[in-house]
Design a protein. Structure first.
Length: 308
């Protein structure tokens, strides 16, 4: 059974006990499993249970209810969870589940109690953190406060912000893959060439998520998450080959060709979405074309590579 299913089953077993103990606020509690952890994304397997994995769920309260009841509900939650947790838990795994206020959850993830509000707020929030706001499932939310913010985030980036991030990724893809990878090899800087290649792959993955207007998850789930995307998800195998194929002389030439093929497909999609009007095959020029379409003065004034 997947972790999300286990969590929902545990919630079903616990909700009546919570209602009996706290009848006066039960109808104001939002509960679900959202946030950090492979189980929230549906990516968990038998290996996932070795640490930071339990059957717990989240309970989100209004600020007023959290101040008045939070500690007492947390105490009950720990009692219900007793015996369910794994033996291995990292420092980073603490406080993933249990009782939080709605504002506290979104403040931790986005820097604002209501989520990002200005374009600069949106630009500064890590993409993986936004992905952690919209994964998993909300089991119940009678007041709708948690879900209201979540639904806004589910719409994806504001278009002006998406354009800025796409422009930055296009420039970074060009610099790392189309330009510096081959130059580093020519200089005999094999380590630097490897870093350039890794940079190209990561910037490309972020670009693919942006072209789908989805948030890129934490790096170890980037590839897995691509399988769920409608646009350019099929380049996952080519990106994997870039990272994993040995750097023989023959493979280096193949990798350079793959980089150009991927850049060409991204350019096609940029044009299809009306984001670029350039005709060349170098992605940086397409990044500048995207920048020209930004109307927000704060975003337009930033360096092309800012915002990633």
């Amino acid at each position: 059974m997947k972790g999300l299913e286990q969590s929902k089953l545990f919630y079903e077993q616990c909700k009546e006990k919570i209602r009996i103990k706290f009848p006066e606020i039960f109808s104001r509690m939002a509960m679900g499993l959202v946030g950090e952890g492979s189980e929230c994304f549906g990516f968990d397997d038998e290996i996932s249970v070795d640490h930071d994995f339990d059957k717990g769920f989240c309970i989100w309260l209004t600020e007023e209810d959290y101040e008045r009841y939070g500690a007492k509900i947390q105490q009950l939650y720990f009692q219900l969870l007793s015996g369910e947790k794994t033996e291995i838990n990292s420092a980073y795994g603490a406080e993933r589940r249990g009782v939080l206020s709605v504002g506290q959850f979104y403040l931790q993830k986005t820097g604002g109690v209501k989520g990002p509000e200005t374009v600069m707020d949106w630009l500064l929030v890590p993409e993986y953190s936004l992905a952690e706001c919209v994964n998993g499932e909300v089991f119940t939310d009678p007041l709708g406060e948690f879900t209201k913010i979540r639904n806004q985030l589910l719409q994806g980036y504001p278009e002006e912000v998406r354009k800025k991030k796409i422009a930055a990724r296009a420039a970074k893809m060009a610099q790392s893959g189309q330009y510096n990878y081959r130059r580093c090899l020519a200089h005999g800087e094999d380590g630097a060439a490897r870093l350039a290649l890794d940079g190209f792959v990561q910037h490309t993955i972020h670009m693919v998520y942006l072209l789908n207007n989805k948030y890129c998850p934490y790096y170890k789930w980037m590839f897995r998450g691509m399988e769920q995307l409608a646009i350019l998800s099929d380049i996952k195998e080519e990106l994997t080959a870039l990272l994993c194929a040995p750097d023989t002389e023959e493979n280096i030439q193949v990798k350079m060709a793959i980089i150009e093929q991927i850049a060409g497909r991204v350019i096609e999609e940029l044009k299809r979405q009306g984001l670029s009007t350039e005709d060349g095959d170098y992605l940086e020029s397409h990044g500048f074309s995207v920048m020209e379409k930004i109307t927000d003065s704060d975003l337009k004034s930033l360096h092309i590579m800012a915002g990633i």
